[in-house]
Design a protein around this ligand. Structure first.
Ligand code: SF4
Length: 360
C-alpha cells in the first residue's frame, strides 16, 4: 500500500526578506504576522502530528513564505534544529524550504545539509530578465541557473516556482520559462497565476490602469500548456494556483486577477478538453447526431467531465453529438476509450500530449 503524504507547513513571514516584489505582501499571503520562534516551530509540529494518522504516512516539515536562507544563519540553525530532531528520531521523514535564488551559496547549502534538509524550492517566477526587473525581484535569470546547479550538485531535491501574468509577461515568455525549467531538471514545480493583492505595489498599478491581470480563462489556458509540458517531461507539478485561505479570497485580500478556489481542477479539465478536441479534429468525420460514449479510469472522470459538465457541453456544442455518456472503466489512467456510433477508438493520452507539447 502506498503511503499518504502529509505536510506540516511553517510560515516564515517576510522574516529575512528585504525585498519588495510588486505582487507580494508576504504578511498577507501567509496570514500571519508573528515572528517565528523555536517554540512556535515545535508546537506547530506537535499540533499537526496529533491530527495525522499514526501509521503508513510520510511527513514533511515545510518552511514556506519569506526567504528562509536570507534569515541570519544562527536563526536558520535554531529553526532547523527542531525538525532535525524529529527527523533523527524517525518521527518525520523530510524537511523542505523555499527561498530566493540569490540566497543560495556554499555556506548556506553546507548548513542545510548539516540539518538534513531534503528539498529546496526556489521562487524563480520568470526566467525573462525584463519580467524579473518589472516585478522588482532584485535578482536576474543567471542567478537562477547558478543556484539551481549548486543545489543539484549538493544532491538536494530542486523545486522551482514560477508565476504567470506578471507585469510585462506573455504566454510566450511563460512557455520559455517552463522550457528552461525542464532543462534544469527539477524534482517538482509550482505554477502561480499573479493576483492583485491588497497593499501591494501591483494594486496601485492596477488602480492606475498600468497593470492588467490575466482573465481566469487566459490563466487556465497558459497553466494548461505548462502542466502538459511539465508532465510530458516527467516533472511533478505539485501546485497550480494559490491556495485559498481566510485572506486569499475575493472580498478579502484578492483585489483582482484569476483567482479560483479549484484552479487546478479547471486546468486539469481543460487538459482533457484539449486532448478530446485534438483527437476528434484529426478526422474529417461529421459527428453531428451521433451518440458518444466515453470510458475512462474512475480517478479521471470528474476532470474529464469538467465543472458543471463544462466539457460535455463543449463537445455537444462543437461537434453536435447526440447523447454523450461517460462511464468509469478499469483501464490505465492515460487511456480514454470512445465509441462514436458503431466505431470504437482508444486514445493514448501520452501521444496526444506529446503532439500538443511539441507545437508549443
Ligand atoms: S522575495 Fe519573496 S517574500 Fe520577499 S518580497 Fe519577494 S515574493 Fe515576497
Amino acid at each position: 500500500m502506498s503511503k499518504s503524504h502529509y505536510i506540516i507547513p511553517i510560515f516564515v513571514p517576510h522574516f529575512g526578506c528585504p525585498h519588495d516584489c510588486v505582487f507580494c505582501n508576504q504578511r498577507r499571503i501567509t496570514g500571519l504576522s508573528t515572528d517565528v520562534t523555536q517554540n512556535y516551530v515545535k508546537s506547530t509540529i506537535e499540533e499537526y502530528l496529533s491530527s495525522f494518522p499514526k501509521r503508513d504516512i510520510i511527513v514533511e516539515v515545510a518552511f514556506y513564505g519569506g526567504s528562509f536562507t536570507g534569515i541570519p544563519m544562527e536563526i536558520q540553525e535554531e529553526l532547523l534544529s527542531i525538525p532535525f530532531e524529529y527527523k533523527n528520531k524517525g518521527i518525520i521523514n523530510g524537511i523542505r524550504l523555499s527561498t530566493r535564488p540569490d540566497y543560495i551559496n556554499e555556506d548556506i547549502l553546507d548548513l542545510l545539509k548539516k540539518y538534513k534538509v531534503d528539498t529546496i524550492e526556489l521562487g524563480v517566477q520568470s526566467l525573462c530578465d525584463d519580467v524579473l526587473y518589472n516585478s522588482g525581484r532584485g535578482h536576474n535569470s543567471n542567478q537562477v541557473y547558478v543556484a539551481s546547479k549548486l543545489i543539484k550538485e549538493y544532491n538536494f531535491n530542486l523545486g522551482l516556482q514560477m508565476m504567470i501574468g506578471l507585469l510585462g509577461d506573455t504566454r510566450e515568455k511563460s512557455i520559455y520559462t517552463a522550457k528552461e525549467f525542464v532543462k534544469l531538471k527539477p524534482y517538482c514545480v509550482r505554477i502561480y497565476p499573479t493576483l492583485v493583492i491588497k497593499d501591494t505595489y501591483l494594486e496601485k498599478l492596477y488602480y492606475r490602469k498600468l497593470y492588467k491581470p490575466l482573465s481566469l480563462g487566459e490563466a487556465i489556458d497558459i497553466s494548461t500548456d505548462l502542466v502538459m509540458l511539465f508532465e510530458y517531461n516527467d516533472i511533478n507539478v505539485i501546485r497550480v494556483g494559490l491556495q485559498p485561505t481566510e485572506n486569499i479570497n475575493f472580498g478579502k485580500d484578492v483585489i483582482a486577477g484569476p483567482f479560483h478556489p479549484s484552479f487546478r481542477q479547471l486546468v486539469e479539465s481543460n487538459k482533457y478538453r484539449i486532448i478530446l478536441r485534438d483527437f476528434l479534429d484529426m478526422s474529417e468525420w461529421d459527428y453531428a447526431g451521433k451518440d458518444l460514449t466515453i470510458s475512462i479510469n474512475q480517478k479521471n472522470i470528474s476532470n474529464l467531465v469538467g465543472q458543471k459538465s463544462s466539457n460535455i457541453e463543449y463537445l455537444k456544442d462543437r461537434y453536435k453529438f447526440g447523447n454523450i455518456k461517460v462511464y468509469s472503466k478499469d483501464i490505465p489512467k492515460d487511456i480514454i476509450q470512445l465509441s462514436i456510433g458503431d466505431s470504437f477508438f482508444e486514445i493514448n493520452m501520452k501521444c496526444l500530449i506529446e503532439k500538443y507539447v511539441k507545437q508549443l
